[in-house]
Design a binder for this molecule. Structure first.
Ligand SMILES: Nc1ncnc2c1ncn2[C@@H]1O[C@H](COP(=O)(O)OP(=O)(O)OP(=O)(O)O)[C@@H](O)[C@H]1O
Ligand SMILES: [Mg+2]
Length: 234
């Protein structure tokens, strides 16, 4: 592994530990706020102002909980379950579902190597990983275009690539891509957690993500998932 990859891993592990610790404590506090708000609401007239104020508190707690859930997801060291996963049908289903929600000008072109070996993993988390990459690819092509989704065997790994023909990334963006909360999207549009999640999930599966990008010509994110029996310790 290249020294800067090791450095990135160390940095990401530290950030993930920090985020996971904060999320865990925050979850406990949110549980208390939610519990007391619910209890207080019970003694109030549903038509009262205080009742609707309590409802606002509960909605804010729900939003905060979904954020802490994302933080816990990428900072955990193990996938929740580990079963045999056939990637082509998983990718086929996911891209069909996501594609239906994307603008018509965006097409997903799939290419899966026949007889691709299975991997061991958590299908829900793997879907989440690939869906974050596909959504980013779509976001990089506001005027539309083709997203490439390919899967093939590559030296002890299954390699899944998501490529786009968007604007690419300048080095100052590429450098921070996987950091939690790093985003170039306007406020309210992106949390900056998609790639941190993707990175964390790849690591939980003993894999890694490689990025290549060329300004103005697009980007390619390649996820390497180890074949059973060939996993390298993460
Ligand atoms: N395919 C891509 N092309 C160009 N830039 C990208 C691409 N994928 C990611 N980026 C850049 O990396 C940043 C971080 O991506 P990430 O998915 O972590 O967060 P986000 O998309 O901004 O927000 P979220 O995924 O949480 O909704 C993006 O804001 C964007 O600047
Ligand atoms: Mg994203």
């Amino acid at each position: 592994m290249a020294p800067d990859e090791k450095e990135l891993e160390r940095k990401m592990d530290a950030l993930a530990r920090l985020a996971g610790g904060v999320a865990h404590d925050m979850n406990n506090m949110l549980g208390a706020i939610e519990g007391y708000a619910t209890l207080s609401q019970r003694g109030l007239q549903p038509s009262s102002q205080l009742h609707s104020d309590m409802e606002e508190i509960r909605k804010a707690v729900a939003r905060a909980s979904s954020l802490t859930k994302r933080l816990t997801l990428f900072s955990s060291r193990q996938p929740a379950v580990k079963i045999t996963v056939e990637l082509p049908p998983l990718l086929e289903g996911l891209s069909a579902r996501l594609g239906a929600g994307l603008p018509q000008e965006i097409r997903i072109e799939r290419s899966f190597e026949p007889g691709l070996p299975e991997v061991q993993g958590d299908p829900q988390r793997l879907e989440r990983l690939f869906s974050n990459l596909l959504l980013n690819a779509a976001g990089a092509m506001p005027a539309g275009g083709t997203i490439g989704l390919a899967a093939a065997e590559a030296g002890g790994f299954v390699k899944v690539s998501v490529s786009d023909h968007g604007q690419g990334m300048p080095p100052e963006v590429a450098e921070h891509l996987f950091e939690p909360f790093f985003t170039t999207k306007p406020k309210g549009k992106g949390a900056g957690l998609g790639l941190a999640e993707a990175y964390g999930i790849a690591r939980q599966h003993g894999g890694r993500i490689e990025v290549s990008t060329a300004g103005g010509r697009g980007s390619e994110f390649s996820v390497f998932l180890p074949l059973p029996g060939k996993a390298v310790p993460s």
